[in-house]
Structures are given as structure tokens and as C-alpha cells.
Design a protein around this ligand. Structure first.
Ligand SMILES: Cc1cc2nc3c(=O)[nH]c(=O)nc-3n(C[C@H](O)[C@H](O)[C@H](O)COP(=O)(O)O)c2cc1C
Ligand code: SF4
Length: 404
């Protein structure tokens, strides 16, 4: 039986900027597929977050919210533009806060990485998107500044709506990653080419948002610090970029892959479980025959690179974090300061409370990725919890081209 006392390091109180954190287990940014078709908060989205907030994670990062219509990644994604209903955003914040849980808005622009049919996408260079095959237009200098300004405007809307802070989505292949990587950024002006030029977009977005919200408000970022492709962004360059952001006053960093060839490189199947469980779990997947289990906390290497480089920012470990033993060991070795879990909160929205009260020491989620395959189609839920959902999933994946 898990021991509550021995989990106390996970429940130590800390403060970052304006946010008082009651524990170190965060709900990672996870898009909900629950907004209206115009990107507005709906009642079902509020109810979705209410359940997570009841479980009292240290902090909730929202799913990524597009900062302008051309930056929309998926249908029913949340938007945070002047056209979106601020009163519903306020209602969302109020609901989460009534459980005394902080909520931070993740801001994003998808660049060329979009599932939206017929969206006119734009990117640093005219290169087909690696994952979706979408052909973007090259951004003009004016368009680049417009997007930077829109990040600022969205941050301002988030503050008006009462969010506790901002998380920039600077990883996993979206627009900021596309500017960062030498694979997707072939520009020859001041926004491309040298490392300093490819740093410029994230730095300007950071500065704009910081100027809008001020230095006292929590501003953090998911930063892609290495491409999954060997000829892409190097880790050396990635950590130097984080150092730059640290010097400018970033509050926390959550490192991940920058560009990927498939989402599975970031949302890795069967993380932190045994080969036997992964095999047993995989029978519901069409791609189950190439199974192997992945280690827990698979981005630990990236966090260690930051530490070795002398980065002092609090680091959030995301990716395959699955057990209290693992989290305590990582904290003990000072290899991360916080943890962000995504798929486990889909399966068990109340998992932090279950850990706090000693009911579980390992999450139920087996990282089968069935939930991810419904992004943009159905509200986020665990599809392997009951037999009806599993059958519905199989029928759905048979008739639809699904995320991979
Ligand atoms: C359904 C789904 C939606 C996601 N949406 C987002 C998102 O909006 N923003 C983001 O930064 N990451 C998103 N991710 C990635 C997660 O934050 C996380 O990096 C990844 O799932 C690995 O963590 P985990 O092993 O705890 O699931 C999403 C993942 C899933 C499964
Ligand atoms: S479908 Fe359920 S078990 Fe599978 S990854 Fe998603 S939450 Fe975890």
C-alpha cells in the first residue's frame, strides 16, 4: 500500500512568480477538442476542467490556444483572440479557481502543422509540413510581426480573463519550432540562417508577452531544444536558447523535442510500463505489432543537459512520468523540480488527489495513445476504459484517417 508520508516531497509547497503551488504534479497542456467550432469555451469544456481541478493538481496548463485563426491546429481547439468570448474564458478560470488550483493559458500558433482542411497556413519557409504534408506560404516580415503582436494581444486577453499566467508552446513542431529548426527555417533574412537569427522569433514572442503581462506574472515555456532528426536543431543550440530566455526572465522551462517526424516521438506509446503490459495493451491498436515499452520520464536527458549547462530555471519534466517512486527519485537527485503529466490525467482526472491520499503510487494509463488518435474529432477521454469505448474506437479508426 503506498505510504502517504513518503510522498511528502511531491506535496511540498513552492512559489513561482505570482503562483503558489501546493504540489509538484501538474496537468500538462493537453488539447481538449471541446471548444465550439469558433474556438470559444463551452459548458462541456468547463465541466471537463472542473473534474481535473477537483483532483487538485499543483497547476493546470490548458491545451494550446490559437492566437489567431491562421494558427489553428485542430477542429474544436480553444482560441484566444479578440473574437473569442471573454466571458466564457472568465467562467473557465473561475471554475478551476474555485477548487483553489492555478490555471495557466498555453498560447500557440501552429504554422504549417495543422489538421484544418483548407486553412491557409504560413511558416518561415515554403516547405511541406513533415507530419501533415500541408504546404504553407512563406511569412513576410510584416506577417511575422503581426503574429508576435498577436501573441501579446492573446496574453493580454488571458490576463483580462483572470488566468494565473502564460505558457508559450515553443515545441513539438509548431510555428515557434519551425523558426527554431534549421530544417524548416531556410530564410536568408534576419529571421533565419544563423543560430542568433533562428532564436529571434521565440525571443521576440517572449519579450512581447512579457511586456504585456509584466515581470511579476508567471511566464513559462515548452521549448523544443532538440529535433528528432539528426540533421536538425542540436541540443547545444537548444540549451543556449533556453539560457537566453532565462536571462530575459522566463520563470520555468519544459523541454521537449522541437521538430518531429511523427507525434509518437513526443507522445511515446507504452511509456514506463513493462513489455508484457505493453503487449497486452497493444492488441487494440492497429500499429501494435511494433511494440516496445519506453522508459519512464523519457525527456530526462534533455533536463540533464540544461542542468549541465548551468541553467538555474525550475525545470518541468513532461513525457512518460508514471509513478511516485520515479518522481521522488528524480526530485531527490535534483534532476527536475516539477512534473507535468498529460495522458494520465485523461484517464484519471483526480490522480493528484489519489496520490496525496495514498490510493495509488502508479497511474492507470498505459500510454496506448488511443486518446490521441481522436484529437480534433472527439472530446478528450480514455478510450480503453470500457469495452463499448474500445469497440467505438476500432470502428472510428477503421473509417477515419487518424493521428499518428
Ligand atoms: C490528446 C493529447 C493532446 C495534447 N495536446 C497538447 C497541447 O495542447 N499542448 C502541448 O504542449 N502538448 C500537448 N500534448 C502533449 C503532452 O503535453 C505531453 O507532452 C505528451 O503527451 C507526453 O506526456 P505524457 O506521457 O504524460 O502523456 C498532447 C498530448 C495528447 C495525448
Ligand atoms: S486511451 Fe487511456 S490508457 Fe490509452 S493513452 Fe489515452 S488515457 Fe492512457
Amino acid at each position: 500500500m503506498p505510504n502517504i508520508e513518503t510522498n511528502s516531497s511531491l506535496f511540498q509547497k513552492t512559489t513561482i512568480a505570482n503562483i503558489n503551488l501546493k504540489n509538484k504534479i501538474f496537468r500538462a497542456a493537453t488539447s481538449e477538442t471541446a471548444a465550439s467550432k469558433f474556438g470559444d469555451v463551452t459548458d462541456k469544456l468547463i465541466h471537463f476542467y472542473e473534474k481535473i481541478a477537483f483532483g487538485k493538481p499543483g497547476l493546470i496548463f490548458t491545451g494550446h490556444m490559437y492566437i489567431e485563426p491562421s494558427g489553428q491546429y485542430a477542429p474544436f481547439q480553444l482560441g484566444i483572440t479578440a473574437k473569442n468570448d471573454i466571458n466564457k474564458l472568465r467562467e473557465l478560470v473561475r471554475t478551476v479557481r474555485s477548487s483553489d488550483v492555478p490555471i495557466v493559458a498555453e498560447l500557440s500558433h501552429c504554422g504549417s502543422q495543422s489538421m484544418i482542411k483548407n486553412l491557409k497556413t504560413k511558416a518561415p519557409s515554403v516547405l511541406q509540413n513533415i507530419i501533415y504534408g500541408v504546404q504553407p506560404a512563406e511569412m513576410t516580415e510584416d506577417q511575422i510581426w503581426d503574429v508576435i503582436n498577436n501573441f501579446g494581444l492573446s496574453a493580454g486577453i488571458a490576463m483580462e480573463a483572470g488566468f494565473d499566467g502564460i505558457h508559450l508552446h515553443g515545441g513539438n513542431g509548431y510555428l515557434i519550432s519551425q523558426f527554431s529548426s534549421p530544417i524548416t527555417n531556410k530564410r536568408e533574412d534576419k529571421w533565419g540562417g544563423s543560430q542568433e537569427n533562428r532564436d529571434r522569433f521565440i525571443v521576440e514572442v517572449y519579450k512581447k508577452v512579457r511586456k504585456t503581462i509584466g515581470y511579476k506574472i508567471f511566464l513559462s515555456a515548452r521549448v523544443g531544444i532538440e529535433d528528432s532528426q539528426s540533421d536538425g536543431l542540436s541540443i547545444q543550440e537548444g540549451v543556449e536558447r533556453v539560457k537566453k530566455l532565462e536571462t530575459l526572465g522566463l520563470d520555468t522551462v519544459e523541454p521537449t523535442y522541437n521538430l518531429m517526424t511523427t507525434y509518437k516521438e513526443n507522445i511515446r506509446p507504452f511509456a514506463g510500463i513493462t513489455k508484457f503490459i505493453s503487449l497486452k495493451s497493444g492488441i487494440f491498436l492497429f500499429d501494435s505489432f511494433r511494440l516496445k515499452s519506453r522508459p519512464e520520464g523519457y525527456y530526462l536527458k534533455l533536463l540533464n543537459e540544461l542542468k549541465n549547462y548551468g541553467i538555474k530555471l525550475p525545470r518541468i519534466l513532461v513525457g512518460g512520468v508514471r509513478s511516485t517512486d520515479f518522481m521522488k527519485e528524480v526530485l531527490g537527485k535534483k534532476n527536475a523540480e516539477y512534473f507535468a503529466l498529460s495522458r494520465p490525467f485523461i484517464r484519471e482526472p483526480d490522480l493528484t488527489e489519489k496520490i496525496r491520499t495514498g490510493k495509488i503510487d502508479r497511474v492507470d494509463c498505459v500510454s496506448c495513445n488511443m486518446c490521441f488518435k481522436h484529437e480534433g474529432y472527439h472530446i478528450s477521454k480514455c478510450w480503453r476504459k470500457d469495452i463499448i469505448s474500445i469497440v467505438q474506437h476500432l470502428v472510428f479508426s477503421f473509417y477515419n484517417k487518424i493521428n499518428n
